[in-house]
Every structure is written in structure tokens, then in C-alpha cells.
Ligand binder design. Structure first.
Ligand SMILES: Cc1cc2nc3c(=O)[nH]c(=O)nc-3n(C[C@H](O)[C@H](O)[C@H](O)COP(=O)(O)OP(=O)(O)OC[C@H]3O[C@@H](n4cnc5c(N)ncnc54)[C@H](O)[C@@H]3O)c2cc1C
Length: 379
């Protein structure tokens, strides 16, 4: 679309160094919102670089392999829901294998006297899961981008906006007409210096915007088999005692690999629960068969500096999600917000991240049309 596209090198990807230094759009963050924005921008002919601080794509979509190699489990996002058209369309376009969340059987209510079985399952709603883990969605989007688009291990530290934008990272800089900020706003203002500074209202809003699930501990417990199903249990539970407050089945299709997962919401800086505490709670709920899991994984999202700024649990202004100030670009119309927190539709969800990406791509397309029209008028 521009000279940048014509001149683009086969970019190098491991630390962002000596890669193409001029693109139409620089995207900061290779989570689902940044990758979806890149996909759409490239489809309309833009040259794009996606700069990612981690050594992997996916951000809050994180699905490591179990220790025994029997499958992947989700430490970040797990589900998408019927009625989320953007995720559904992307899954279909990329031909990603999904399966239905297991919700059959009874649920358990956990109270001080122990687990109380509830007839039926009022806890779960029908939803879908990714057979190979939610991270496989971002892996598939990234794999479909031109080679070298995503530059891993490239933490952006500074964005300068003058005639164009210059994005700085330890190994170099890249210039772009537009910058997409595809990370949680509170993290962006904590980690990245903007020059000129963001307008005061925008900076203030970003600084107080919660990071969705950024203060959550997610626990995945892998068992040899989904024994709870044999007892007519769905695997779901609600607990007012904890440590896990909300529990669900996380087994793969057909029950393998078998797993239960739970959320431990954190309202302060206290430690994550221990494996013993987790085992103890599961035995109270599901009986002695729960005493001997194959593996317990405890993922504390507060400890992920690429997701959560320090003190993330203090961010509680959820009314900032989808705020008006995130809907239009700032800094001379060059800086666009796409993380899920900025979405008007389904903020917090994968669907929200896709909706926010769509909005940013639309704004960039409109700005380019306006520039072209202006150039034509001045001729
Ligand atoms: C425990 C948990 C459970 C969840 N469950 C669900 C669920 O079931 N269903 C659902 O729809 N959603 C769920 N979510 C939310 C879902 O994961 C998010 O909505 C989605 O992944 C957000 O994508 P994003 O692109 O907006 O942000 P992110 O995924 O956070 O991506 C931001 C990216 O920016 C990178 N980055 C950060 N700083 C820099 C920097 N300075 N320079 C360059 N790169 C940087 C990060 O490494 C990251 O890759 C859950 C999240 C968590 C944590």
C-alpha cells in the first residue's frame, strides 16, 4: 500500500533487531487483539510489524502442555460462547478444532460443613473450548501472517509521535503512520513512555482501568480420569470458602486429558494457595479420589509483568471498560487502543479483543482514506 510495503525486508523476528524499520502500522502486543488487528490490516494491504515482549504469541491465551504430554490446558482464557460472532467466524476461517464444554450432571455448593450436591447444574452455561487450548487460536492467526511480521522478545519502551510515530524497543526503533496499543491500558501507561505525553484524561483513565483477570490465580488439576463424571457430577462447584471460588471441568474431548480447574480471585497481595490447600478442597468436594492428581498447575496472573502492572488487584474501576476515550485514536489520531478492556462489546472476552481490533482497523482505514482524499484535493 505504501513504499514501506514495497521496500519491506524479510524481517528478522527474535529480538526485533535490524528488522524493517518503516511500516504503515506498528502493533504493540501479540495477544489476540494485536494479532487480529495485524491480520485485518495486512488483508487490506498495509505493511505491519507486531512487537511482542514475550517469547511467544497469545498473551492471556496461554495453553501449556501437561507434564505427561497428554494434552494442553488453559491457564488463561478457556471458553467462548454461542452468540460471540467474531470468535466463531475466526475459528471457522482458520479451521480450529473446538468442542463443547462438559456441563452434564450435578453441581456442588461448597459451604463450611462440606460439599453439598445440587440437583442439576446451575453453574455452567453452554460454551465452547479449543481442543488444543485457547492459545492455539493465536498461534493459528500468527502462522497465517507473512513471515517476520511478529517480532518476539521485543518490549516496547517508548512511543514518539511527530510527523509519524517512532516506536522504541531495546534493539532499535521502527516508524509507522499508526500505532496500535494492543495491551491492557494500565500496563501500557506503566511500561511505555509516550512523547508527547498522552492527554491527561486519557492517561488518567488508562492508569485506573482494570486488567481483566489480571489479579486472578487460576488452578488446573490434572487427573488420570474424569472420575466425577462416573458419579453423575458435572465437575462444577461454587465455594464461599475457597481457596477456589468457582470450579469447572476442564477435560479434553471425551474426557481426556481429565482435568478440573478453578479460579482463586485475589483482592490483595496475598500468596497463591498451596497445592495442599487445593487437594484438601477437592477432596472435600469430590471425595478421596481427588487426593491423588497427576499434576497441579497454579498460574498467578499477578506475577506476569507482561500482563499485570504492580498492584493490579487495586484496579477496580470496571466502568472504565469500553470508555468513550478508548473509542477514538489519540496523539494526533495515530495511537489506537485494542485490548479487550477498551471494547464496547464483550469487554474482557476474546470476543471483546476482536471487536476492539475491528474498531481500530476501521479508524486506520478511515484516516488513510481521508489522507488520500486530501492529497487528491491538493493536486
Ligand atoms: C485466567 C483467565 C481466564 C480467562 N477466561 C476467559 C474465557 O474463558 N473466555 C474469554 O473470552 N476470555 C477469558 N479471559 C480473557 C482473555 O484472555 C482476554 O480477553 C484476551 O486474551 C485479551 O487479549 P488482548 O490482546 O486484549 O490482551 P493480551 O492477551 O493481554 O495481549 C497483550 C500482549 O501485549 C504484550 N505486551 C505487554 N507489554 C508489552 C510491551 N511493552 N511491548 C510489547 N508487547 C507487550 C503481552 O506480552 C501480550 O502478548 C481470561 C483471562 C484470564 C487471565
Amino acid at each position: 500500500m505504501t513504499e514501506a510495503a514495497e521496500n519491506s525486508d524479510p524481517a528478522r523476528t527474535q529480538d526485533g533487531s535490524s528488522a524493517t524499520d518503516r511500516v504503515d502500522v506498528a502493533v504493540i502486543g501479540a495477544g489476540i487483539s494485536g494479532l487480529a488487528a495485524a491480520r485485518a490490516l495486512i488483508a487490506r494491504g498495509n505493511s505491519v510489524a507486531v512487537l511482542e515482549s514475550r517469547d511467544r504469541v497469545g498473551g492471556r491465551l496461554r495453553s501449556p502442555e501437561l507434564g505427561d504430554g497428554t494434552g494442553r490446558v488453559d491457564l488463561g482464557a478457556t471458553w467462548f460462547w454461542p452468540g460471540e460472532p467474531r470468535v466463531t467466524a475466526l475459528v471457522e476461517e482458520l479451521d480450529i478444532a473446538v468442542h463443547r464444554q462438559y456441563i452434564d450432571g450435578d453441581a456442588i455448593y461448597h459451604q463450611p460443613t462440606g460439599g453439598q450436591r445440587i440437583q442439576g447444574n446451575p453453574i455452567d452455561v453452554p460454551s465452547f473450548r479449543f481442543v488444543d487450548g485457547a492459545e492455539s487460536l493465536t498461534e493459528a492467526v500468527a502462522a497465517a501472517l507473512p513471515a517476520g511480521t511478529v517480532r518476539l522478545n521485543t518490549a516496547v519502551t517508548r512511543v514518539e509521535v511527530a510527523d509519524r510515530a517512532t516506536v522504541h524497543f531495546p534493539a532499535g526503533t521502527i516508524t509507522a503512520d499508526h500505532v496500535v496499543v494492543a495491551l491492557p491500558p494500565a500496563l501500557a501507561v506503566e511500561r511505555i513512555t509516550f512523547d508527547p505525553p498522552l492527554p491527561e484524561r486519557v492517561a488518567g483513565l488508562a492508569a485506573v482501568t482494570p486488567v481483566w483477570m489480571g489479579s486472578t490465580v487460576k488452578v488446573v488439576v490434572h487427573f488420570a480420569k474424569p472420575f466425577w463424571r462416573d458419579h453423575g457430577l458435572a465437575g462444577s462447584a461454587i465455594s464461599h470458602i475457597g481457596p477456589m471460588r468457582e470450579i469447572h471441568d476442564m477435560s479434553g474431548p471425551g474426557g481426556q486429558p481429565a482435568a478440573i480447574f478453578g479460579f482463586v480471585p485475589q483482592s490483595g497481595p496475598g500468596p497463591a494457595p498451596s497445592e495442599d490447600e487445593i487437594r484438601h478442597q477437592l477432596v472435600e468436594l469430590y471425595g478421596p479420589e481427588a487426593a491423588d492428581p497427576v499434576e497441579i498447575i497454579i498460574a498467578d496472573w499477578r506475577d506476569e509483568p507482561d500482563t499485570s502492572p504492580p498492584g493490579v488487584e487495586r484496579l477496580q474501576a470496571y466502568q472504565a471498560f469500553g470508555h468513550d476515550l478508548f473509542q477514538s485514536p489519540t496523539l494526533d489520531g495515530r495511537l489506537h487502543w485494542t485490548s479487550t478492556e477498551t471494547a464496547r462489546v464483550a469487554p474482557g472476552h476474546i470476543e471483546g479483543a476482536l471487536a476492539a481490533a475491528e474498531r481500530a482497523v476501521h479508524a486506520i482505514a478511515s484516516a488513510e482514506t481521508a489522507t488520500t482524499t486530501l492529497k487528491g484535493a491538493n493536486r
